[in-house]
Design a protein around this ligand. Structure first.
Ligand SMILES: O=C[C@H](O)COP(=O)(O)O
Length: 251
Protein backbone atom coordinates (compact mmCIF):
# COMPACT_ATOMS: atom_id res chain seq x y z
CA UNK A 1 0.00 0.00 0.00
CA UNK A 2 1.30 3.45 -0.82
CA UNK A 3 2.05 5.88 1.96
CA UNK A 4 -0.72 8.44 2.05
CA UNK A 5 -0.22 11.57 4.11
CA UNK A 6 -3.46 12.53 5.82
CA UNK A 7 -5.22 15.81 5.10
CA UNK A 8 -7.37 17.65 7.61
CA UNK A 9 -9.51 20.15 5.73
CA UNK A 10 -11.78 22.79 7.21
CA UNK A 11 -14.76 24.00 5.20
CA UNK A 12 -15.95 27.25 6.71
CA UNK A 13 -18.98 27.30 4.39
CA UNK A 14 -20.82 30.67 4.39
CA UNK A 15 -19.43 31.78 7.73
CA UNK A 16 -17.01 34.39 9.02
CA UNK A 17 -16.69 38.07 8.42
CA UNK A 18 -13.12 39.25 7.93
CA UNK A 19 -12.14 39.70 11.60
CA UNK A 20 -13.38 36.26 12.65
CA UNK A 21 -11.87 34.51 9.65
CA UNK A 22 -8.50 36.13 10.06
CA UNK A 23 -8.48 35.27 13.77
CA UNK A 24 -9.00 31.60 12.96
CA UNK A 25 -6.37 31.67 10.22
CA UNK A 26 -3.82 33.40 12.43
CA UNK A 27 -4.51 30.99 15.27
CA UNK A 28 -3.92 27.98 13.05
CA UNK A 29 -0.84 29.44 11.38
CA UNK A 30 0.73 30.26 14.75
CA UNK A 31 0.13 26.76 16.07
CA UNK A 32 1.42 25.20 12.88
CA UNK A 33 4.59 27.25 13.13
CA UNK A 34 5.25 26.47 16.78
CA UNK A 35 4.41 22.77 16.49
CA UNK A 36 7.04 22.01 13.88
CA UNK A 37 6.65 18.72 12.02
CA UNK A 38 3.00 17.69 11.74
CA UNK A 39 1.56 14.26 10.98
CA UNK A 40 -0.86 15.61 8.38
CA UNK A 41 -1.45 18.35 5.83
CA UNK A 42 -3.79 21.19 6.80
CA UNK A 43 -6.28 22.96 4.55
CA UNK A 44 -8.81 25.69 5.23
CA UNK A 45 -11.49 26.67 2.73
CA UNK A 46 -12.88 30.07 3.71
CA UNK A 47 -15.64 31.85 1.82
CA UNK A 48 -14.35 33.40 -1.41
CA UNK A 49 -14.29 36.84 0.18
CA UNK A 50 -11.54 35.73 2.56
CA UNK A 51 -9.36 33.45 0.43
CA UNK A 52 -6.86 36.18 -0.37
CA UNK A 53 -6.60 37.50 3.19
CA UNK A 54 -6.35 34.02 4.69
CA UNK A 55 -3.67 33.07 2.17
CA UNK A 56 -1.81 36.21 3.24
CA UNK A 57 -1.78 35.45 6.96
CA UNK A 58 -0.97 31.76 6.49
CA UNK A 59 1.92 32.28 4.08
CA UNK A 60 5.01 30.48 5.32
CA UNK A 61 3.00 28.16 7.57
CA UNK A 62 1.79 24.61 6.94
CA UNK A 63 -1.77 25.87 6.45
CA UNK A 64 -2.98 25.56 2.86
CA UNK A 65 -5.90 27.57 1.53
CA UNK A 66 -8.66 26.49 -0.84
CA UNK A 67 -11.85 27.72 -2.43
CA UNK A 68 -15.25 26.15 -1.79
CA UNK A 69 -16.28 25.98 -5.45
CA UNK A 70 -15.17 27.07 -8.91
CA UNK A 71 -16.82 27.54 -12.29
CA UNK A 72 -16.18 25.19 -15.18
CA UNK A 73 -14.95 28.05 -17.40
CA UNK A 74 -11.79 30.09 -17.05
CA UNK A 75 -13.64 33.39 -17.56
CA UNK A 76 -16.72 34.83 -19.22
CA UNK A 77 -20.26 36.01 -18.64
CA UNK A 78 -21.06 34.11 -15.43
CA UNK A 79 -22.23 36.70 -12.94
CA UNK A 80 -21.34 35.86 -9.37
CA UNK A 81 -19.17 32.87 -10.21
CA UNK A 82 -15.46 32.40 -9.57
CA UNK A 83 -13.05 30.76 -11.99
CA UNK A 84 -10.38 28.33 -10.83
CA UNK A 85 -7.51 30.52 -12.13
CA UNK A 86 -8.91 33.38 -10.02
CA UNK A 87 -8.60 31.23 -6.91
CA UNK A 88 -5.07 30.21 -7.84
CA UNK A 89 -4.26 33.86 -8.50
CA UNK A 90 -5.07 34.85 -4.90
CA UNK A 91 -3.21 32.05 -3.19
CA UNK A 92 -5.50 29.02 -3.20
CA UNK A 93 -3.94 25.64 -3.90
CA UNK A 94 -7.06 23.51 -3.44
CA UNK A 95 -10.76 23.81 -4.28
CA UNK A 96 -13.78 21.81 -3.12
CA UNK A 97 -16.06 20.64 -5.92
CA UNK A 98 -19.36 18.83 -5.65
CA UNK A 99 -20.07 19.46 -1.99
CA UNK A 100 -23.56 18.14 -1.27
CA UNK A 101 -24.69 21.67 -0.41
CA UNK A 102 -23.67 22.75 -3.95
CA UNK A 103 -25.33 19.67 -5.43
CA UNK A 104 -28.56 20.43 -3.50
CA UNK A 105 -28.63 24.24 -3.48
CA UNK A 106 -27.39 24.77 -7.03
CA UNK A 107 -28.50 21.58 -8.77
CA UNK A 108 -24.94 20.58 -9.63
CA UNK A 109 -24.76 17.21 -11.36
CA UNK A 110 -21.80 14.86 -11.29
CA UNK A 111 -21.18 15.81 -14.92
CA UNK A 112 -20.78 19.48 -13.98
CA UNK A 113 -18.62 18.50 -11.03
CA UNK A 114 -16.29 16.56 -13.33
CA UNK A 115 -15.95 19.70 -15.48
CA UNK A 116 -15.21 21.75 -12.36
CA UNK A 117 -12.53 19.26 -11.30
CA UNK A 118 -10.99 19.54 -14.77
CA UNK A 119 -11.05 23.34 -14.51
CA UNK A 120 -9.34 23.08 -11.13
CA UNK A 121 -6.64 20.79 -12.53
CA UNK A 122 -6.07 23.09 -15.49
CA UNK A 123 -5.51 25.96 -13.04
CA UNK A 124 -3.01 23.90 -11.05
CA UNK A 125 -5.37 23.40 -8.11
CA UNK A 126 -5.95 20.18 -6.22
CA UNK A 127 -9.64 19.28 -6.55
CA UNK A 128 -11.38 17.87 -3.48
CA UNK A 129 -14.25 15.97 -5.08
CA UNK A 130 -17.11 15.40 -2.64
CA UNK A 131 -19.54 12.49 -2.80
CA UNK A 132 -22.13 11.00 -0.46
CA UNK A 133 -25.58 9.54 -0.19
CA UNK A 134 -28.72 11.06 1.28
CA UNK A 135 -30.52 9.44 4.20
CA UNK A 136 -33.23 8.20 1.85
CA UNK A 137 -30.65 6.58 -0.41
CA UNK A 138 -29.04 4.84 2.58
CA UNK A 139 -32.44 3.63 3.77
CA UNK A 140 -33.01 2.16 0.30
CA UNK A 141 -29.69 0.32 0.59
CA UNK A 142 -28.40 2.32 -2.37
CA UNK A 143 -25.36 3.88 -0.68
CA UNK A 144 -22.63 2.08 -2.61
CA UNK A 145 -24.45 2.40 -5.93
CA UNK A 146 -24.92 6.14 -5.40
CA UNK A 147 -21.38 6.80 -4.24
CA UNK A 148 -19.78 4.63 -6.92
CA UNK A 149 -21.90 6.38 -9.53
CA UNK A 150 -20.82 9.79 -8.26
CA UNK A 151 -17.17 8.70 -8.26
CA UNK A 152 -17.39 7.29 -11.78
CA UNK A 153 -18.80 10.50 -13.25
CA UNK A 154 -17.37 13.24 -11.02
CA UNK A 155 -13.70 12.29 -11.23
CA UNK A 156 -12.20 13.14 -14.63
CA UNK A 157 -9.84 10.96 -16.62
CA UNK A 158 -6.89 13.27 -15.95
CA UNK A 159 -7.17 12.81 -12.21
CA UNK A 160 -4.29 11.48 -10.16
CA UNK A 161 -3.37 11.12 -6.53
CA UNK A 162 -1.42 14.36 -6.90
CA UNK A 163 -4.22 16.58 -8.18
CA UNK A 164 -7.31 14.98 -6.66
CA UNK A 165 -8.64 14.18 -3.20
CA UNK A 166 -11.96 12.43 -2.61
CA UNK A 167 -14.22 13.39 0.29
CA UNK A 168 -16.96 10.98 1.38
CA UNK A 169 -19.66 12.88 3.21
CA UNK A 170 -22.94 11.12 3.95
CA UNK A 171 -25.46 13.95 3.58
CA UNK A 172 -27.39 12.83 6.66
CA UNK A 173 -24.28 13.25 8.81
CA UNK A 174 -23.47 16.82 7.74
CA UNK A 175 -24.15 19.38 10.44
CA UNK A 176 -26.49 17.00 12.24
CA UNK A 177 -24.27 15.70 15.01
CA UNK A 178 -24.88 12.20 13.60
CA UNK A 179 -21.70 10.49 12.48
CA UNK A 180 -21.49 7.43 10.30
CA UNK A 181 -20.38 4.38 12.27
CA UNK A 182 -16.89 3.01 11.87
CA UNK A 183 -18.33 0.03 9.96
CA UNK A 184 -20.31 2.30 7.61
CA UNK A 185 -17.29 4.49 6.94
CA UNK A 186 -15.03 1.48 6.40
CA UNK A 187 -17.44 -0.07 3.90
CA UNK A 188 -17.84 3.06 1.77
CA UNK A 189 -14.17 4.03 1.85
CA UNK A 190 -13.18 0.50 0.80
CA UNK A 191 -15.64 0.71 -2.10
CA UNK A 192 -14.25 4.10 -3.16
CA UNK A 193 -10.70 2.72 -2.97
CA UNK A 194 -11.70 -0.21 -5.15
CA UNK A 195 -13.18 2.16 -7.75
CA UNK A 196 -10.07 4.32 -7.75
CA UNK A 197 -7.60 1.44 -8.01
CA UNK A 198 -9.64 -0.13 -10.80
CA UNK A 199 -9.54 3.07 -12.79
CA UNK A 200 -6.26 4.84 -12.00
CA UNK A 201 -2.72 3.48 -11.94
CA UNK A 202 -2.09 5.43 -8.74
CA UNK A 203 -5.57 4.80 -7.30
CA UNK A 204 -4.02 3.49 -4.12
CA UNK A 205 -2.42 6.88 -3.55
CA UNK A 206 -5.58 9.03 -3.62
CA UNK A 207 -6.48 10.46 -0.25
CA UNK A 208 -10.07 9.73 0.79
CA UNK A 209 -11.43 12.04 3.50
CA UNK A 210 -14.44 11.41 5.71
CA UNK A 211 -16.77 14.30 6.47
CA UNK A 212 -19.92 14.62 8.55
CA UNK A 213 -19.99 15.87 12.15
CA UNK A 214 -16.29 15.21 12.73
CA UNK A 215 -15.27 16.69 16.07
CA UNK A 216 -12.45 16.32 18.59
CA UNK A 217 -14.29 13.54 20.43
CA UNK A 218 -14.71 11.25 17.40
CA UNK A 219 -11.81 12.23 15.15
CA UNK A 220 -9.25 9.68 16.34
CA UNK A 221 -11.67 6.80 15.92
CA UNK A 222 -12.70 7.88 12.41
CA UNK A 223 -9.15 8.63 11.30
CA UNK A 224 -8.07 5.13 12.35
CA UNK A 225 -10.50 3.46 9.91
CA UNK A 226 -8.75 1.80 6.95
CA UNK A 227 -8.77 4.00 3.85
CA UNK A 228 -9.67 7.11 5.83
CA UNK A 229 -6.89 9.53 4.96
CA UNK A 230 -8.16 12.60 6.72
CA UNK A 231 -11.30 14.59 7.37
CA UNK A 232 -13.39 17.33 5.83
CA UNK A 233 -14.63 19.30 8.80
CA UNK A 234 -17.42 21.87 8.80
CA UNK A 235 -18.65 23.26 12.11
CA UNK A 236 -15.65 22.20 14.19
CA UNK A 237 -13.27 23.97 11.81
CA UNK A 238 -14.65 27.33 12.96
CA UNK A 239 -13.05 26.92 16.38
CA UNK A 240 -9.25 26.94 16.43
CA UNK A 241 -9.04 24.69 19.49
CA UNK A 242 -11.44 22.10 18.09
CA UNK A 243 -9.88 22.07 14.64
CA UNK A 244 -6.41 21.80 16.13
CA UNK A 245 -7.45 18.86 18.27
CA UNK A 246 -8.69 17.12 15.12
CA UNK A 247 -5.36 17.86 13.43
CA UNK A 248 -3.57 16.37 16.42
CA UNK A 249 -5.72 13.24 16.18
CA UNK A 250 -3.77 12.24 13.07
CA UNK A 251 -1.48 9.37 13.92
O1 LIG B 1 -17.61 20.16 4.38
C1 LIG B 1 -17.85 19.76 5.52
C2 LIG B 1 -18.95 18.90 5.79
O2 LIG B 1 -20.10 19.29 5.13
C3 LIG B 1 -19.14 18.50 7.21
O3 LIG B 1 -19.77 19.51 7.95
P1 LIG B 1 -19.96 19.29 9.54
O4 LIG B 1 -18.61 18.92 10.07
O5 LIG B 1 -20.46 20.60 10.05
O6 LIG B 1 -20.93 18.16 9.69
Amino acid sequence: MSQRRSLIAGNWKMNCLRADGLAIARGLAERAKTKGELACDILVCPPATLVSDVAGVTTGSAVNVGGQDCHVAVNGAHTGDIAAPMLADIGATYVLVGHSERRADHGESSTVIRQKAMAAHDAGLIAVVCVGETEQERDLDATLAVVNGQIAVSIPEGASAVNTVVAYEPVWAIGTGRTASVAEVAEVHAAIRAELTARFDDGDGFRILYGGSVKPSNAAELLAVPNVDGALVGGASLKVDDFWQIIESCA
